[in-house]
Design a protein. Structure first.
Length: 214
């Protein structure tokens, strides 16, 4: 899948970056409100206030634009920097930051609506589901797997299967609360309740992978 995400160099760069951001914002609005099939590049151009040629100059096709829109939403809550292990920062603090960002992301209106859209379209267009998975969940899993590999190497935790541990971490954070939210029979967990849930999950994760003492 093509992915033309680079911004051009030169004097026009700030303007081009502003247009790219406007296109991404328009894409997120239209994909969620109209669905994937009913969102055209013309409609995105109109919503963003740019020409269709400008849309295509930043994103080669609708698949690339959809992927970039999903990735941009994930980056808002979980930038790549979150998955680093800075010197002097405890593993627990790093995990708490990731957990808070992820929990806020999956319970946002945009995320819930997007997941509902993918559940409706996934059986009709598996390719679209794969684009979504690679741009969102897969990206976060890769970042978490790399981080947990470093954590294991540091000796702070003992994690022999970082990929499995990454999946366990995110699934614990989603919990039953996110399922209820997706099904429309619950409200988002926020404030003190969200913080309590996040801390409980991180504490459980830390205990599960605590190195055995001799």
């Amino acid at each position: 899948m093509s992915n033309n995400l680079s911004a051009p160099n030169g004097p026009g760069r700030p303007k081009d970056l502003a247009k790219r951001q406007a296109i991404l914002e328009a894409a997120k609005i239209l994909f969620l409100s109209n669905g994937y099939a009913s969102t055209s590049m013309d409609a995105v151009a109109l919503e963003a206030g740019v020409s269709k040629l400008t849309v295509y100059s930043h994103f080669n096709d609708k698949e690339t634009l959809f992927s970039a829109a999903v990735m941009a939403k994930c980056e808002e809550q979980l930038p790549t920097l979150f998955f680093e292990l800075p010197d002097g920062i405890s593993v627990e603090s790093v995990l708490l930051n990731i957990a808070r960002g992820f929990h806020q992301l999956i319970n946002s209106d945009e995320s819930v609506n997007l997941h509902r859209l993918m559940m409706a379209l996934g059986s009709q267009d598996p390719k679209l589901s794969l684009i979504f998975f690679e741009a969102g969940p897969q990206r976060m899993l890769h970042g978490m797997e790399r981080l947990l590999t470093k954590v294991d190497q540091s000796g702070a935790l003992s994690i022999d299967k970082p990929r499995n541990a990454a999946e366990h971490f995110f699934c614990l954070l989603k919990g039953a609360g996110n399922f209820r939210l997706l099904y429309g029979c619950g409200e988002p967990v926020t404030g003190d309740a969200a913080e309590e849930h996040v801390r409980e999950v991180v504490g459980l994760f830390m205990r599960a992978y605590r190195p055995e003492t001799a």
